[in-house]
Structure formats: structure tokens, C-alpha cells
Design a protein around this ligand. Structure first.
Ligand code: AP5
Length: 198
């Protein structure tokens, strides 16, 4: 049984590479990566009641209501594999969700938050390319732009909040996947060591 209780979050605009890097971080720190977007998409694909409830919202690029999202995350974090730590991807996404997460966990909800910094033109180009390859329903140019606006309005303000908590690790998200992964690993290692020494 692992003694690690590393609780991490990766945030950044749509297309910043959160999902790509989450897989690498989860492997390195031996914790599960928990993506609310992936949970919703799996439910849409499976045609579950939850999937039917959220499909149109996601296709418009809006946020799923907080009560529903918070409930899903609370259920997921209660599963045994998350007891030793986790990496959240795509949650929390607004101030209400931060407060909900704080209430789900005893002590500090998060040890470190990785912010992937990539400019808007680069992320839009990445997502338009993914639309060609994978056809994700929310990867049309109009919805991609709307998702960027929703991020700017609702999620970007969280960066300051996490900085005030002393847990923010800002990383340049441009470059190869491996280059970005190395920057994240270095930033997280330093942040976690500093927190352990406090
Ligand atoms: P979510 O799934 O979280 O999507 P997102 O934030 O829009 O982010 P993406 O998955 O598009 O991008 P990413 O940053 O993960 O980048 P990726 O690694 O895929 O949310 C989807 C929707 O679900 C939301 O709009 C909302 O409706 C709902 N939702 C989710 N969470 C919610 C919440 N908490 N509350 C309410 N609603 C919620 O990479 C993107 C592309 O770039 C890929 O093709 C990848 O191969 C490529 N790429 C990655 N890294 C690089 C690199 N270094 N160089 C070049 N290309 C790269």
C-alpha cells in the first residue's frame, strides 16, 4: 500500500495539453488521473442517463451544472484508488467547485496545481487539428472559441486563488510533449519538496 497522499490538479485553457500531460504525471506519481471531461464523454458514449443529461451542454461548450459535477467528483474521490492521492484534470473549474472540493477533503485539498500556459492561437490550432483527426463534438471552431471564453471568465480567475495558497506551478505548455512533461516534473518535484519542508 502506498503512503503517498499527493493531491494534484492540472489546469489550463482547452487544448493546453491537460489530458496529454495528466497521463504522464499520473504514471510518474503513481496516482489515478481523474478527468471530469472524460467521465462525461464516457457517459455520453455509453448513452447513460448522465450522458443524456450533459450531452447538449458539452456540445455547446458550456459548463455542466456545479451540483451534478460536484456529486460526480465526490463519488469518484470516494473510490479506494483515490485514497492515496490523485490528479484532477478539468475540475475544479470555477470558484464554487473549488469550495466544493475543499469540503470533500480533510486538510489541504490540493498539494500542487500545474498551470499549463499556452497562447490562444496555439490551442485553437491544436483543437482544430484534433477535430480533423478525432471529430470530438465540441471541437468546431465556434465552440472552441466559446470554450476559451468560458475558461477566461470562470476558470482563469482560479489561478490567482491557487497562487495565494502557495501551490501554483506555472509551466510553459509549448514544445514537445516530452519537453513539457519534463518541465512539469521539475516544477512539481520542487513544489512538493517545498511543501514537505514547511
Ligand atoms: P474537458 O474534457 O476538460 O476539455 P477542455 O478543458 O476543453 O480540454 P481539452 O480536453 O480540449 O484539452 P486538454 O487541455 O486536455 O488538451 P489535450 O491533452 O486533449 O471538458 C470538456 C467539457 O466537459 C467542458 O467544456 C464542459 O462542458 C464539461 N466539463 C468538464 N469538466 C467540467 C467541470 N469541472 N465543470 C463543468 N463542466 C465540465 O490536447 C489537445 C490537443 O493538443 C490533442 O490533440 C493533443 O494531442 C495535442 N497536444 C497536446 N500536447 C501537445 C504539445 N505539447 N504539442 C502539440 N500538440 C499537443
Amino acid at each position: 500500500m502506498t503512503e503517498s497522499t499527493t493531491r494534484l490538479l492540472i489546469i489550463g485553457p482547452p487544448g493546453a495539453g491537460k489530458g496529454t500531460q495528466a497521463a504522464q504525471i499520473a504514471e510518474r506519481f503513481e496516482i489515478p488521473a481523474i478527468s471530469t471531461g472524460d467521465i462525461f464523454r464516457a457517459n455520453i458514449k455509453g448513452g447513460t442517463p448522465l450522458g443524456q443529461q450533459v450531452q447538449a451542454i458539452i456540445e455547446r461548450g458550456e459548463l455542466v451544472p456545479d451540483t451534478l459535477t460536484n456529486e460526480i467528483v465526490a463519488d469518484r474521490l470516494a473510490q479506494p484508488d483515490a485514497a492515496g492521492g490523485f490528479l484532477l484534470d478539468g475540475y475544479p473549474r470555477n470558484v464554487e467547485q473549488v469550495h466544493a472540493l475543499d469540503g470533500m477533503i480533510e486538510g489541504d485539498a490540493l498539494d500542487a496545481v500545474v498551470l499549463l500556459e499556452v497562447d490562444t492561437d496555439a490551442v485553437v490550432a491544436r483543437l482544430l487539428k484534433r477535430a480533423e483527426l478525432e471529430g470530438r463534438a465540441d471541437d468546431t471552431e465556434e465552440v472552441i472559441r466559446h470554450r476559451q471564453d468560458v475558461y477566461a471568465e470562470q476558470t482563469a480567475p482560479l489561478v490567482e486563488l491557487f497562487a495565494e495558497r502557495g501551490i501554483l506551478v506555472s509551466v510553459d505548455g509549448l514544445g514537445t510533449v516530452d519537453e513539457v512533461a519534463e518541465r512539469i516534473a521539475a516544477g512539481l518535484t520542487a513544489q512538493l519538496a517545498a511543501k514537505a519542508g514547511r
